[in-house]
Design a protein around this ligand. Structure first.
Ligand code: HEC
Ligand code: HEC
Length: 501
């Protein structure tokens, strides 16, 4: 999962990323009494700074040191548990009638009258996805302690990490389906649970696997009974800033997308009815659905929970993002860079942290960055914005050579211009997600760059933005280096087990 060249990088990432909230979120898992003032950061930068410095050591590096981080969470949890036993207020919560909790969840007020104010968090925080601490299957007891903590139902006010943060305004879906820690955790369980499929063999993760960058290293998705679909599995990360889903955009939200594979005969092969019955029959799921959603276990709520989990899967800052920081500060300060340390120590610290990462980037990567953004290659005509994806559909001629090609977006719109057009995929972390293109026809990034160099595959509907490129061998190598080295970053470590018994 961790790109092998990022040793020096993740520490910096972490320093910039690990929010003030790191430790506080652990407390929620453990159901400790919560001092709101210490959790919800105010906008006061200096107190935030002090806090993040102290959490930094505790969470030295989630990606490189998952084990240690996990231990940290566990031991905190142990403390929390202990507190839980002696904490009357929370115990009372446990005995509250379910209906009261449900009403509370529906109305947005918490049953115990606890704080309902939003919790601010930077996505990518590993604590959102590390599961309820502990080992093995989740026991009903563990689930009840977790689900009865009102803090796990407080709305999250999320922001994006450096790099993606430029797309904060493009966040979609969370007004309609607010994020909470409890909903993320339920979605995490469902995402990894093969019991959603007809024969208990396939989960979302079968085709969108954390080890394959939330895509899959097969040409096509492989579902129940080893059946193959006709399209390559796209990535399930950075979805929070993406509207329409699928290569042809046929699902208009993540929620709508998530329930599709369950009843797709060659993916999970189930019916929605059967899936809901199965989940309602698992007590650990039932209690979670009923606390989180006023209408309990329904297929729409399965979609909402899974979509909420997917929205936590965001790419950490990559080498490219630090390069932009360094270039931005240098162009702003110019000759006066020497004075930066004294005049603005905070920006100076940001600058020198970013510079350490940039120092490890190869010349080839840096040249590739400039090529990628140049008119010579035109890559950013479509791979645009913070996620390097314009969310539009284009025909590059992929798969168009056969007699009856997959017409992609055309099936949705019936517009000729959409014949053979597919949604632009992100190129963040693209080194992890081969094979490439909607049909998995290209194995390597080198092959992809050759495809663009020759101007795609000629066909009557080829995008006007795709033209033959005059690229030297060095140019091609630089583009590949940029994508591999400059755009690869960590994804949050995710607990893949810990499902209800
Ligand atoms: C059998 C393999 C398989 C399974 C199981 C599967 N998917 Fe997919 N997924 C795919 C393929 C293939 C596509 C692209 C299909 C298309 O575009 O027509 C896709 C598309 C997606 C997309 C759209 C991404 C984008 O960029 O538009 C998301 C999100 C997604 N799947 C999430 C999930 C979730 C959540 C589950 C579990 C409920 C799941 N998938 C189960 C193979 C699978
Ligand atoms: C006209 C818009 C457009 C331009 C210009 C463009 N791309 Fe793409 N890119 C796409 C689309 C659309 C796809 C998916 C096409 C398909 O599967 O049929 C894609 C796929 C890719 C993929 C495969 C990603 C995956 O997950 O399968 C990579 C890598 C890539 N492009 C890199 C580049 C580079 C490098 C350039 C510049 C040389 C570039 N693109 C220029 C739209 C574009």
């Amino acid at each position: 999962m961790t790109p092998n060249f990022s040793c020096g990088r993740t520490c910096v990432i972490h320093r910039l990323l690990m929010p003030i909230l790191g430790l506080s979120l652990i407390m929620f898992w453990g159901c400790q009494p919560v001092d709101t003032a210490s959790i919800v950061p105010d906008s006061n930068a200096s107190s935030a700074e002090a806090d993040s410095n102290s959490s930094q050591d505790e969470h030295s590096d989630p990606a490189h040191d998952e084990g240690a981080d996990h231990d940290q969470a566990e031991s905190d949890h142990a403390d929390g548990d202990h507190d839980h036993g002696t904490d009357g207020e929370h115990d009372e919560g446990d005995h509250d009638g379910d209906s009261e909790h449900q009403a509370a969840a529906a109305s947005g007020t918490s049953a115990s009258g606890a704080d309902d104010s939003p919790i601010e968090v930077v996505l990518g925080n590993p604590l959102l996805t590390s599961g309820i601490p502990g080992e093995g299957s989740l026991t009903l007891e563990e689930i009840k302690i977790f689900i009865n903590d009102p803090n796990n139902h407080r709305p999250l006010s999320v922001s994006l990490p450096l790099g993606l943060s430029a797309a904060q305004e493009n966040i979609v879906g969370i007004k309609e389906n607010p994020m909470t820690i409890a909903k993320i955790e339920l979605g995490r369980q469902l995402y990894f649970d093969t019991r959603l499929s007809k024969d208990n063999t396939v989960s979302c993760a079968s085709c969108h696997a954390p080890d394959n960058g939330y895509a899959k290293d097969t040409k096509f998705g492989v579902g129940i009974d080893d059946q193959e679909g006709g399209r390559n599995s796209p990535v399930a990360y950075n979805r929070i800033i993406s509207g329409a889903q699928f290569w042809d955009g046929r699902a208009d939200s993540l929620e709508a997308q998530a329930v599709g594979p369950i009843e797709n005969p060659i993916e999970m092969g189930n019916t929605h009815e059967n899936c809901v019955n199965t989940l309602a029959g698992i007590e650990g799921y039932k209690v979670q659905f009923e606390k989180i959603f006023p209408d309990g276990v329904t297929i729409d709520n399965v979609g909402k929970a899974i979509a909420t989990f997917e929205r936590t899967l965001v790419t950490a800052p990559a080498g490219y993002d630090y390069l932009e920081v360094v270039r931005g500060i240098e162009s702003q300060w110019g000759e006066d860079l020497d004075e930066l340390e004294e005049e603005d120590p905070e920006v100076f610290a940001e600058y020198s942290d970013a510079q350490k990462v940039v120092a490890n980037l190869s010349e080839s990567t840096i040249r590739g960055r400039d090529l990628f953004f140049s008119e010579k290659t035109n890559c950013t005509a479509c791979h645009a914005g913070a996620n390097f994806a314009d969310e539009l559909y284009h025909n590059l001629g992929v798969g168009m050579e056969v007699e009856k090609p997959d017409l992609g977006r055309f099936a949705e719109t019936n517009n000729d211009i959409d014949r053979g057009a597919f949604k632009t995929p992100t190129v963040r972390n693209v080194a992890m997600t081969g094979p490439y293109m909607h049909d998995g026809s290209q194995k390597t990034l080198e092959e992809v760059v050759e495809w663009y160099a020759k101007g795609g595959h000629a066909n009557p509907f080829l995008s006007e933005k795709v033209k033959k490129l005059e690229l030297t061998d060095q140019d091609k190598a630089d583009l590949v280096a940029f994508m591999k080295e400059g755009l690869t970053s960590d994804l949050p470590p995710v607990e893949t087990g810990r499902l209800p018994q």
